[in-house]
Design a protein around this ligand. Structure first.
Ligand code: MN
Length: 385
């Protein structure tokens, strides 16, 4: 049986009284969904619980977690918005209502309809960004458990995820969610191609190991000599992005895969620039490839230094350098802006920024009647690169 402790054990970042409220929301949802089961045969409550756990990983606040636990009760049980409001407050009731309304939006899957889809999502978000974050966590869990569905339904949901939810996650800067949604969709839409590519990546990884090991060792040594403390990791493209590049640019697998990526995470901004200098001493930079997204962040808040170096054997290696704070934003995007309010001035400032960002999107949206034109604005203004 799904237990609420699976969730509450992860809530060390919240106050004890918040956790008690979350437990109460779980009880209500569990009782309301009694006798309902998922296609996999599990009790239905396992789904809202898993959605809340995903949001807890993103460190969302107590209201969002309560709403996640209750996100299907208005649709599937006798519980009303009013009842939720009386028990857990107006904000939670509005969130659940927002998610339920979003479920009723009909999305179109033609390419030209993407702008319209995104516009609909934005309108839902205007009320509260957390609505969309709950919806994306909901879709992520449904995709993770898609195997239980009949093949035809699996295909339909995977296509919708690829065409609607993954691009939205991308635009919101939810990078690891975006990668996962794309790969899960890819696996269910094109199982054979997915398998072939997964095997190819596994095999190629063996050949890469020598170069990766050599570069990691050299970077580690150089930074140690410069007394810079850093965490260095190798980066690999996710399967669907390899597939798209091969398709789109008619490249071979090795042309796409044989680019080496590394990420260096350090403690603060000055150390980012020190690290950049040290690495340019170690390997020569390729001219024209350096980008300073710390001085000039992307509009969705992303910050990092990007450079490409001539590595050993002349192999190009792409490096991202960022601080721990920047890393959080890079991984979780808008969700990281909506972190649990810790009273931390910097975090509250980020929430204000997110709010301004959404407001500016909506102003653009109301000024331009045409959805395609609206999408162009977003591309130009908010996602340069
Ligand atoms: Mn759901």
């Amino acid at each position: 049986m799904p237990k609420v402790s699976d969730l509450t054990s992860r809530l060390t970042y919240l106050k004890p009284e918040d956790t008690a409220q979350i437990e109460a929301a779980f009880q209500l949802s569990d009782t309301a969904h009694t006798g309902q089961f998922r296609v996999s045969g599990e009790p239905y409550i396992s789904h809202p619980l898993a959605v809340a756990e995903i949001l807890a990983e993103w460190h969302l606040d107590a209201q969002a977690l309560m709403a996640a636990l209750l996100h299907d009760v208005m649709e599937d049980t006798a519980i009303t918005k009013q009842e939720i409001g009386e028990k857990f407050g107006k904000a939670v009731a509005e969130l659940v209502d927002g998610v339920s309304k979003l479920d009723k939006i009909e999305f179109q899957t033609e390419v030209h309809a993407q702008a319209e889809n995104f516009r609909k999502m934005l309108l839902a978000m205007a009320r509260d960004v957390r609505v969309i974050l709950i919806k994306i966590a909901d879709r992520l869990h449904n995709m993770r458990t898609l195997g239980a569905m009949a093949p035809e339904k699996r295909q339909r949901i995977a296509r919708e995820t690829l065409e609607i939810y993954a691009p939205i996650a991308n635009r919101l800067g939810l990078n690891s969610v975006y990668d996962e949604l794309e790969d899960l969709s890819f696996r269910h839409l094109y199982p054979n191609r997915f398998d072939v590519l997964a095997k190819a990546v596994k095999a190629a990884r063996g050949n890469r190991r020598e170069v990766v090991g050599k570069v990691l060792e050299a970077i580690n040594q150089k930074l140690k000599d410069c007394q810079i403390e850093a965490t260095i990791t190798g980066r690999e493209k996710h399967l669907y992005s390899i597939y798209k590049k091969m398709q789109g640019k008619s490249l071979t697998f090795s042309e796409v895969f044989d680019i080496y990526g590394f990420r260096v995470i350090v403690k603060d901004v000055p150390t980012c620039y020190l690290t950049l200098g040290a690495l340019h001493q170690l390997y020569k930079p390729i001219p024209g490839k350096f980008k300073d997204y710390i001085a000039i962040p992307k509009a969705n808040g992303y910050q990092s230094l990007h450079t490409t170096l001539f590595g050993p054997f002349g192999t190009p290696i792409e490096i991202q350098i960022r601080s721990q704070d920047m890393h959080k934003i890079a991984e979780a995007g808008v969700a990281s802006h909506w972190l649990y309010k810790s009273g931390d001035a910097e975090i509250n400032e980020m929430q204000q920024k997110t709010h301004n960002w959404l407001q500016s999107l909506l102003e653009i949206q109301s000024e331009s009647g045409d959805a395609t034109e609206f999408l162009e604005h977003i591309k130009v203004d908010l996602f340069p690169d």
